[in-house]
Every structure is written in C-alpha cells, then in structure tokens.
Design a protein around this ligand. Structure first.
Ligand code: MLT
Ligand code: MN
Ligand code: ZN
Length: 298
C-alpha cells in the first residue's frame, strides 16, 4: 500500500477564473498567462486502483475527465469507491449532483454535515438504493477506500454560507467543519481545506505528519476588501490567512511536518501568480502551492 494524493482542484469556491470576477488574477487566468485552477477537491488512494474523493466540487465533471486514474474501467465500473465531504459549503458538495446517474459509492460525512445535506432535497438525486450515506463519528478511524484509513477531527470553522443566521460564529469547533487524517503504507497525511485558526489541539495533531494539505484561501485577511471585491475578511469567512503573525505560514514554522501544500486558494490570492513575491515567500518558508493535477506520494 502506498498513500497517494492528487489535487483535483486547488482553488477555493469560485475557482480561477471566477465567472464574475475581473481581478488581476482572474484576468491573467482568462488570458492564459497564469494557470487556471478548478474548485477544491483531492483524490486519494492506497492501492492506485480504488479511490476516494475528498470534497465534491462543482467542477468534478471536468476533474474526473482530466484524471485517467478515475476513468471508468468497464461499462459502469469506476475506480471511485467513496466521497467524503469536510463541510457543507457549496464548493464541497455541489459536485455530488454531478455524481448521480445511478452509480454506487459511499458518501461519508459527520452526522452534522449529513443533516445539512438532508435539508436540501435536491441531493435526493443521489439514489439511496445505490449511494450509501454513512455517518462518521469524530476521532473514529474508518476505511475510506481499500487499505486507506481515515479519521475525521474537528477544526475551527463556521456553518455553510447558505445556513448563516443573523450572527455568525466563525470558529465553531464541532461537526460542521472537519479535517481528515489519512493513513496508508505507514504514512500519515492530513487534509484541512478550511480552518479558521490554529489551535493547540490541531498543532499537536499535525506534528510528525508526512504530508499536510492546508487552507490557503487568502494571503492576507483583508485581501478581498483591498481589491475592492467586497466587505468580507478571511476571518469572517472562517479562514486563516497565509501571511502575518496569526497566519498559517507562521503557525507551521518549526513544526515537524514533512511536505506542506496549500490548497483551497481564493482567486485573489497572489501566490496563484507564479512570479509573485508572495509565492516566493511562501515557497521559501517550505510551502508548496498546490495546483490542479499535482500528485503527491509522501
Ligand atoms: C468558503 O470556503 O468560505 C466557502 O466555500 C464560501 C462559499 O460558500 O462560497
Ligand atoms: Mn470553500
Ligand atoms: Zn478574481
């Protein structure tokens, strides 16, 4: 067994370019001057034959088409065994609708996230006679695909945008936002595409990991405000930023983690430009900037 991970989509919700965005990155991506990136998803396998997808993005149709390892092997035989969603955000669940077509797989999530999906009857398009929805308790290892063990753990986050009420707590710890600990072939990898702040618990958990995929939504907290794209800060969206004293780069400094890869990058993030100073800074701090199609075997 060899743990392998392939980034299907390195961008956050909206993708790069985002359909309605005229920011510098989106314009460069449209012009083909920087690589476009699809929305947040990771494929993982322990045997190279049976695969799981972590988060079903709205771009999953194209992502599957672009990934030969996930192509059908027979008339209705596919390597995809399961889909796991780490929260109920649209960029992580809308792709489930693409996966209808009477194809069997297991849908893993916490009972809290399954409850959110159940309030949206459109997901009943996943026929329960073929798609099994399995509740996963936090801190309880389970088999995600052949030879691939996964454990869900809570990370600070918020409820999905479409469930927000009058007041929003952005660093709730519970079943609504989780990270995934993956184990296979003696390797430990973590997938944390959304995280509001670094906690002592998370720091302790990640220590010694061979590979971490981590929330890279924004470079700086007020990036979208400064770009004139809205009033939302990263904090308000439940995402810690890469830079600054409270940022992820600082949080991981001195931490015993092997390969560290940013994923879930918003289209405004300057690290998406290969020649940016911010990208050089992140790379100098030991980070890899994830991109679509990147495969990592820790
Ligand atoms: C997020 O990661 O903050 C969400 O995906 C935002 C959204 O729902 O568009
Ligand atoms: Mn998102
Ligand atoms: Zn943009």
């Amino acid at each position: 067994m060899t743990l392998r991970a392939r980034i299907l989509g390195a961008a956050a919700g909206g993708g790069l370019p985002q359909w309605n965005c005229g920011c510098e990155n989106c314009r460069l991506a449209r012009a083909g001057r920087i690589p476009a990136q699809t929305q947040s998803s990771l494929a993982v396998s322990a045997d190279g034959t049976n695969w799981a997808i972590l988060n079903a993005s709205p771009d999953i149709r194209q992502q599957l088409a672009d990934t030969p390892a996930l192509h059908p092997t027979g008339l209705r035989d596919v390597p995809l065994r399961s889909v796991l969603v780490t929260n109920g955000d649209i960029d992580h669940v809308a792709g489930l609708l693409v996966l209808r077509e009477m194809q069997g797989f297991t849908l893993f999530a916490t009972s809290g996230i399954h409850a959110v999906l159940r309030t949206n009857p459109v997901f009943d398009a996943l026929n329960p006679t073929v798609v099994t929805r399995t509740d996963i308790a936090l801190e309880t290892p389970f088999e995600l695909a052949a030879g691939l063990e996964a454990t869900l753990f809570p990370v600070p986050g918020k409820v999905p945008l479409y469930m927000e009420g009058e007041t929003v707590e952005t660093d709730l710890i519970g079943e609504q936002t989780v990270g995934v600990h993956l184990r296979a072939g003696g390797r430990d990898a973590f997938y944390v595409p959304g995280c509001a702040t670094m906690t002592d618990d998370l720091r302790a958990r990640l220590r010694g990991a061979d590979l971490v995929f981590f929330d890279g939504t924004l470079w700086r907290d007020d990036e979208m405000v400064r770009a004139g794209l809205g009033q939302k800060t990263g904090k308000r969206m439940g995402h810690m930023s890469m830079s600054g004293p409270d940022g992820s780069i600082a949080a991981f400094e001195g931490m015993d983690v092997g390969t560290r890869v940013f994923v879930h990058m918003n289209n405004t993030n300057p690290v998406l430009r290969p020649d940016s100073a911010e990208r050089r800074e992140a790379e100098a701090a030991g980070w890899t900037i994830g991109r679509d199609g990147m495969e990592i075997v820790p």
